[in-house]
Structure formats: structure tokens, C-alpha cells
Design a protein around this ligand. Structure first.
Ligand code: PLP
Length: 383
């Protein structure tokens, strides 16, 4: 099986597995306990916090460990629902992950306004500039890179606009961290991340909050994480998360991703050659080097591609993992102006750091073969 679904979850790195085992074996204490075993666990947590702060470029005390990005993102929308006025709006992009979109709608209803995106899937900067001159929201939330299309959002520019108007800015950096250089990210007020998108274990992530600020807890109980997130920290998976990020940061600093971007580009060229009529979404704008979102020329139901390619030994996806199985078209594609009947033909191929040039080559061959089968199937049905 060749794996092209890194944006759903990436394979757990050897370094992360080893770190998990090592800490589990050697550091059994509760980090809140006063004895030596507890102090050792607290030390591991402190070291992990310092490492992450150094990668992001923020203060270690600004980091709160969470069970993943869904929790981190819910913490942000929940916090603002408790601290903003009853008529205040928040603005989030129309392509946010459901955990941002749905929690914003849950807490704010119609006061959660959607920032439109262009046909290429980029948040409309002009819209933000125009609206902001008129009215100030209590929070702006725009993801750093989209999980379905890989399109990188102009988060630096949006952050500058927000700073000029003194509006807090929040970015879900789940798909960006571990794939792109993080320069400047730590200056953003609220940042969420999840280990399983960069080679760490599932079920762990973090929220970065502004320096010396508080956040309203979602979970009440113990005084862990400065009282912002109750519950004993899972020391071993936090250490494993940081082991994975350390590897990724080193690889990115050696520009390893640039060559992988070339392989992805070659794949796209070959795909367009093999399947005329295919459209690459976001082809004209900056995208993550690992992601291809393709509107295929064939396929009635989008799942047909996934199932057929799976049988051929290729794991791909239709969009975000969270919407898999649902029949309605992706809200991301709808926001890009792609009609429901076309959206069912969109397939996402997301490779990663372990994907080789030969894997991309095998993918294009596999896709061409499945396309031929589908075409023949249709011809038979019509005969
Ligand atoms: N945000 C984005 C952009 C994602 O891609 C995902 C996962 O698919 C999440 C948030 C949710 O992260 P987690 O699985 O850690 O809850």
C-alpha cells in the first residue's frame, strides 16, 4: 500500500515511537507530583514546551498542551464566546476545518461571519480590508494552510491587518506546521497544532495563546497547564510529538521539502497528460508541497476513486477525513464556487516526507489504470 493521505494523518515516525517508549519506561510519575518521579516528568514537559516555543518563536509559558487541534480550536471559540460582548462578531474563513467552523457557529450563531475565498481557494484579503475599515470583529480566524486543497493562506498579511486594527488573530496551523518553515508564526495571537499531521502520535496537540494572557478553560478540575486545561498531561505522547517536530524542522531547514515539491509538480504534469480534462485546484497560488486536489474528468461518486485506488494499493482521500462518508459536498469546494455535481469528482492526494519519486510515479500509473477501467465500465454500460 502506498500512502497518499498525510493530510488526514501522517505515519508515526520512528523517532516519535522511540521517544514515547523511552519516556513511558523511564518517566512514570505524574508531572504535578512533588517527588522525584513527578519532577522528572515535569522536567520532560518543560523541555518539550521550550522546544516548541523555540520552533514557533514564542514564550514557553504561552503553550497549552491539548488532546489535539479540535480541542485547541474549540478552546479559542469558547474563550471568545465568554469574553466578547453580546453583539460582537467573529470572522472566520469559509474554508476553516469543521472544528473551527462548527464551534464558531455553536457559540456565535449568525455572529460568526464567513470570510469568502477566491476561486483558487485563497482567503479574500480585499474583503477583510474593506470590512475592517467599517467594523471591527472581536476575533479573526484564518487557517495557515487548507487541509483539502493545500492552499497556503495569506496569514502574515491578515495578521498585519489585524494588528493595525488591534483585533486578535487566530490561525489553525495544523497543516502548516511540520511542512513549511515557521518563521513569524509565533507572533500570531492564537495558534493551534496537532502532532499527527507531522509524524507524531494521534490525540495530542497544543494551543499557543498571547503572552501573559489567560484563556477560559473548556475543562475544569486540576490546575494543570496553569489552570487553563485540567487533566494529567500525557507526558510520553507530548515528548513523542516534539521528537517528530524536531525531525521535521531539521529536514525543512535542509530544504528537503523543495525537492519533494518538484516530485509533486511532476506528478501533476503527468496526471494532466494521462487524464486530459483534469483540473488541479489552486494550481495558480502558493500551495503546500505535498498536496494535490484534483477535479477528475471521470467518476460519478467521489468514493469510487478512493475505493478503486485502494484496491490498487493506493490510499487517497476525497477531502478532509472528517467529512468522509458524508454525502454532501465539501464546504471548502463550495466556498471556492465548485458546484456539487463537480465536487464529487474531487480527489485529494497528499504525500509526505516518506513519499518517494517512485511513489508519485506509481500513483499516476495507478490513477491512469483506474481511469481506464471506469471509462470501460461506462462504455459497457452504455452498450
Ligand atoms: N484543523 C485542520 C486544518 C485539520 O486538518 C484537522 C484534522 O483533520 C484538525 C484541525 C483537527 O485536528 P485533530 O485531529 O488533532 O483534532
Amino acid at each position: 500500500m502506498i500512502y497518499f493521505d498525510y493530510n488526514a494523518t501522517a505515519p508515526v515516525m520512528r523517532e516519535a515511537r522511540e521517544a514515547w517508549l523511552d519516556i513511558t519506561e523511564k518517566t512514570g510519575g505524574n508531572p504535578s507530583s512533588m517527588h522525584q518521579a513527578g519532577t522528572r516528568a515535569a522536567h520532560v514537559l518543560a523541555e518539550a514546551r521550550e522546544k516548541l516555543a523555540a520552533f514557533l518563536g514564542c514564550h514557553p509559558a504561552d503553550i497549552i498542551w491539548t488532546s489535539g487541534a479540535t480541542e485547541a480550536n474549540n478552546m479559542v471559540t469558547h474563550h471568545f464566546s465568554k469574553t466578547l460582548g453580546a453583539t460582537d462578531e467573529i470572522w472566520i474563513s469559509a474554508i476553516e476545518h469543521p472544528c473551527v467552523h462548527d464551534s464558531a457557529k455553536y457559540y456565535f450563531g449568525k455572529r460568526a461571519k464567513l470570510i469568502p475565498v477566491t476561486h483558487d481557494g485563497v482567503v479574500d484579503l480585499e474583503w477583510i480590508t474593506m470590512e475592517m475599515a467599517d467594523k471591527r470583529p472581536g476575533l479573526v480566524g484564518v487557517m495557515a494552510a487548507n487541509n483539502e486543497t493545500g492552499v497556503i493562506q495569506p496569514w502574515r498579511e491578515i495578521h498585519s491587518i489585524c494588528q493595525a486594527y488591534e483585533v486578535p488573530f487566530f490561525t489553525d496551523a495544523v497543516q502548516f506546521i511540520g511542512k513549511m518553515p515557521l518563521k513569524g508564526l509565533g507572533e500570531v495571537d492564537y495558534i493551534s497544532g496537532a502532532a499527527h499531521k507531522f509524524g507524531g502520535p494521534r490525540g495530542v496537540g497544543f494551543l499557543k495563546i498571547p503572552h501573559r494572557k489567560t484563556v477560559t478553560p473548556l475543562l475544569h478540575g486540576g490546575k494543570q497547564e496553569r489552570g487553563f486545561r485540567a487533566g494529567t498531561e500525557n507526558v510520553a505522547i507530548i515528548a513523542a510529538m516534539m521528537a517528530a517536530l524536531e525531525v521535521r524542522e531539521k529536514q525543512i531547514s535542509h530544504s528537503q521539502h523543495l525537492l519533494r515539491g518538484v516530485w509533486r509538480d511532476n506528478f501533476e504534469r503527468e496526471l494532466l497528460r494521462a487524464l486530459p480534462g483534469t483540473t488541479i485546484l489552486g494550481a495558480n497560488v502558493p500551495r503546500l508541497w505535498n498536496t494535490v486536489s484534483a477535479l477528475m474528468p471521470e467518476g460519478d461518486r467521489k468514493h469510487q476513486w478512493v475505493i478503486r485506488l485502494d484496491k490498487a494499493g493506493l490510499a487517497v482521500s476525497t477531502g478532509s477525513a472528517c467529512t468522509t462518508g458524508k454525502e454532501e459536498p465539501s464546504h471548502v469546494l463550495a466556498a471556492m464556487g465548485i458546484k456539487a455535481e463537480k465536487a464529487v469528482r474531487v480527489v485529494r492526494f497528499s504525500g509526505g516526507w516518506e513519499t518517494t519519486e517512485a511513489d508519485w510515479d506509481a500513483l499516476v500509473k495507478g490513477v491512469a489504470k483506474v481511469h481506464e477501467e471506469m471509462h470501460q465500465g461506462k462504455a459497457h454500460a452504455a452498450a
